[in-house]
Design a protein around this ligand. Structure first.
Ligand code: KIV
Ligand code: ZN
Length: 457
């Protein structure tokens, strides 16, 4: 039997970026959008064009540079917002205008100060206007889970009649329980005329820690798009975490028999890149991509893991792109090994670039006890951005890197980037100090290619 396909709508660059400390500039957004493309998300919500010139520019440049995914721009339900979003999306191969309007009485009364009738009319008009510009229109009744259900059905029906092809049901304040959220989706499917003409979408916030559970309940009830964010970032406690949604479906097809187009091996590099760009570290015990997600310290666990990893791991680190940390970068490591680890972390280099990375790696390894993935990522970032002096000494985020001996630069040609943050490195070890190296050799000629075969576990 064919599995239903779930559209993954990534809102890291919009809802995620709105969360405290997570703002990104245009270049950073573009870099992350390129990684989201590699990850295989179906829709990238690139920003809220009316919010600022920077957001407009980010949506514009992402729309112009990515051809495969749908690029969505957010707009409030008014002409000015919709026009601005459409303007930003002009270069997109597959544009989507995402219109939203709050529908709960509490929002209507205190925030918008409008009646339900006015709300209905405004939603209908805004969707109709968006549809006159763009064939792909999504409508979100903000605070849907606290909206009177009969009124919610009425607004959703009007939005579909006006041309919305996706109706998103936000649990804006993370208030819903999984059963309740699933039932709400079921009710909409039963009661809204024309619902079959639209894709139902989930958008769940994590205020009670239930964003992923609610999204999955929504999918089980018939939603076919999930809105989510890398590392679960988003307003307040965040959005449903993309990596958790995807891996729940992949690890438990007996319960969640759905397909996504996500390339699992890009989950960890995407998470690392986001943490590096925002400098917001991932909590160590974060499911799927936290640095402890595949670490085993207790003796009984280590014993089990050595006998058979299935004893304590329900997925392999490789399936989510966590580098095989049994490979230790050490004094016998050569360029091939270094290149492999860089690749696992989302970076590919040409020969000349790798030489420079390698040269700095050796200098670094000579000076510190443990070279972790995060150090390597920071080193890559420093080299790629041409940092030659202070960053060689302290690292670009002030980490205490010892002084490097040389300061050569080369032009940038990093094809895929991942981030650097000491607290985000992922030593997914069974035992010992995997993901780390304890080295004390000077940078000398004996680090030649001949040494590459000495790379080992
Ligand atoms: O949480 C929310 O309601 C939103 C909407 C704009 C979709 O982010
Ligand atoms: Zn939201």
């Amino acid at each position: 039997m064919e599995r239903p396909r779930i559209t993954i709508f990534d809102t890291t660059l919009r809802d995620g970026e709105q969360s405290p400390g997570c703002s990104m500039n245009v270049q950073e957004k573009l870099r992350l959008a390129q990684q989201l493309d590699r990850l295989g998300v179906d829709v990238i919500e690139a920003g809220f064009p009316i919010a600022s010139d920077g957001d407009f520019e980010a949506v514009q440049s992402i729309a112009a540079s990515l051809r495969r995914p749908i690029i969505a721009g957010l707009a409030r339900a008014c002409t000015g917002d919709v026009d601005r979003a459409w303007q930003a999306l002009q270069g997109a191969a597959r544009p989507r205008i995402h219109v939203f309007l709050a529908t709960s009485d509490i929002h209507l009364k205190y925030k918008l100060r409008i009646t339900r009738e006015k709300c209905l009319e405004q939603a209908r008009d805004a969707v109709r206007h968006a549809k006159s510009l763009c064939p792909d229109v999504e409508f979100s009744p903000e605070d849907a889970t606290r909206t009177d259900v009969a009124f919610l059905c009425q607004v959703v029906e009007a939005a579909i009649a006006a041309g919305a092809t996706t109706v998103n049901i936000p649990d804006t304040v993370g208030y819903s329980m999984p059963e309740e959220y699933g039932n709400l989706i079921r009710t909409l499917r039963e009661k809204v005329a024309g619902i079959d003409k639209a894709t139902i979408s989930t958008h769940c916030h994590n205020d009670l820690g239930l964003a992923v559970a609610n999204s999955l309940a929504g999918v089980q009830a018939g939603a076919r798009q999930v809105e989510c964010a890398i590392n679960g970032i988003g307003e307040r406690a965040g959005n449903a975490s993309l990596e958790e949604i995807v891996m729940a479906m992949r690890v438990r097809p007996d319960r969640y028999c759905y397909e996504t187009a996500i390339a699992g091996e890009h989950l960890y590099p995407s998470s690392q890149m986001l943490a590096e760009i925002t400098r917001v570290p991932v909590q160590p015990n974060k499911a799927i991509i936290g640095r402890n997600a595949f670490a085993h310290e207790a003796g009984i666990h280590q014993d089990g893991m050595l006998k058979n990893p299935l004893t304590y791991e329900i997925m392999t680190p490789q399936s989510v792109g966590v580098p095989d940390s049994r490979l230790v970068l050490g004094k016998h490591s050569g360029r091939h090994a270094l290149a492999l680890r860089c690749e696992q972390l989302g970076h590919q280099f040409e020969r000349r670039e790798l030489d420079e990375i390698y040269r700095r790696f050796v200098v670094l390894a000579d000076r510190i006890k443990k070279v972790q993935d995060s150090h390597l990522l920071e080193l890559i970032q420093d080299v790629a951005s041409g940092n030659v002096s202070s960053s060689d000494v302290t690292g670009s985020k002030g980490k205490k890197f010892p002084p490097a001996a040389a300061t050569l630069q080369f032009p940038r040609a990093v094809s895929a980037a991942a981030g650097a943050n000491a607290s985000d490195s992922h030593p997914a070890q069974v035992s010992g100090s995997a993901g780390q190296a304890s080295v004390s050799i000077p940078f000398t000629d004996h680090h030649s290619e001949q040494e590459d075969y000495l790379w080992g576990v």
